[in-house]
Design a protein around this ligand. Structure first.
Ligand SMILES: [Cu+2]
Length: 124
């Protein structure tokens, strides 16, 4: 009887360990593969007239890959995004990408160093 009890407990312990292992193993993959969670890719052209488009609408809670593509030499090549604590410094012809996940209702403003050219990412 004592022997039987010990086996039962060992069995329960094994089951728990297996279950926890499965959960730990599948959670990261599920997050990556979940439908509707694909990155939203947006390219903003940066030139001497500013940022095009200057307003970017995205879905909240889904990753955004925001690429700034410089097509000229102007002060717009310095892109400051305070909400992300990032400042990009582009050269003519260069692309730089930021990846972030916006929250619902969040607006992420960006501007050149002197704040004469402006743009924003609006998450809904
Ligand atoms: Cu400027």
């Amino acid at each position: 009887m004592k022997q039987f009890k010990t086996n039962m407990m060992a069995g329960a312990g094994l089951g728990l360990t297996l279950g926890a292992g499965l959960l730990a193993g599948t959670t990261p993959n599920a997050a990556l593969a979940a439908p509707g969670k694909a990155a939203q890719r947006v390219t903003v052209v940066v030139d001497s007239s500013g940022y095009k488009p200057s307003t970017i609408n995205v879905k909240a809670g889904q990753p955004v890959q925001l690429t700034f593509h410089s097509k000229g030499n102007s002060c717009a090549n310095l892109v400051s995004i305070p909400a992300l604590k990032k400042t990009l410094s582009l050269k003519n012809g260069q692309k730089k990408t930021l990846t972030f996940t916006p929250k619902k209702g969040q607006t992420l403003a960006f501007a050149c160093g002197m704040k004469m050219f402006k743009g924003k990412v609006v998450a809904r």
